[in-house]
Design a protein around this ligand. Structure first.
Ligand code: FES
Length: 115
């Protein structure tokens, strides 16, 4: 079920924001191709990626500097990881909606959360 979580008035292209949906941390990234939503939890040791670094292309975890492509969540360093992604819609008024389906599995399968 999609939930309204932010607006493009407060998340411009080239910016990122951490939000919490039903107690679950989600990283929003507004790129030139649209808004993307990922798990806001580094697959290495769980740090909030919204508190890391963002250069407009790459998200870098502040804790141990793992890096991810901001458009896809694919690992840059290391390349073998992938951030969990969520469906995003932006309506005609600029509101951002994210669908949290209920479960995700951390890279490597070591964690399974139910929302
Ligand atoms: S917790 Fe993110 S790189 Fe270690």
């Amino acid at each position: 079920m999609f939930k309204k979580v932010a607006s493009t008035d407060s998340l411009w292209i080239g910016e990122r924001m951490g939000v919490v949906i039903d107690g679950f941390p989600v990283l929003l990234v507004h790129m030139d191709d649209g808004v993307h939503a990922f798990q806001d939890q580094c697959p290495h040791a769980g740090a909030l990626l919204s508190e890391g670094y963002f250069d407009g292309v790459t998200i870098t975890c502040a804790r141990h500097l793992w890096q991810f492509e901001a458009k896809t969540g694919k690992g840059v360093n290391p390349m073998c990881v992938q951030l969990g992604r969520y469906a995003v819609k932006v309506d005609e008024s600029g509101d951002i909606w994210v669908d949290i389906p209920g479960k995700y599995v951390m890279q490597g399968g070591e964690k399974d959360e139910t929302l």
